[in-house]
Design a protein. Structure first.
Length: 65
């Protein structure tokens, strides 16, 4: 039986916390930042948590389930 591989793109994008939650970087902070408010950009620094709707799918990509 061959080993099952973890999805390479997913392991670069998601990180599992100590409590078992899966975090990701917020979108829209790469370019065109002049029109975005400081408050909005500051909020994008904080890692987001994967929503309940997508959790099973992300776990399957990371081979956690």
């Amino acid at each position: 039986m061959p080993k099952v591989k973890t999805n390479s793109s997913a392991k670069k994008r998601f990180k599992v916390t100590g409590t078992g939650k899966i975090t990701h970087q917020k979108a829209f902070k790469r370019h065109i930042l002049t029109k975005k408010s400081k408050k909005r950009k500051r909020g994008m620094r904080i890692d987001g948590i994967v929503s309940k709707a997508n959790l099973d799918f992300v776990k399957r990509l990371l081979r956690l389930k």
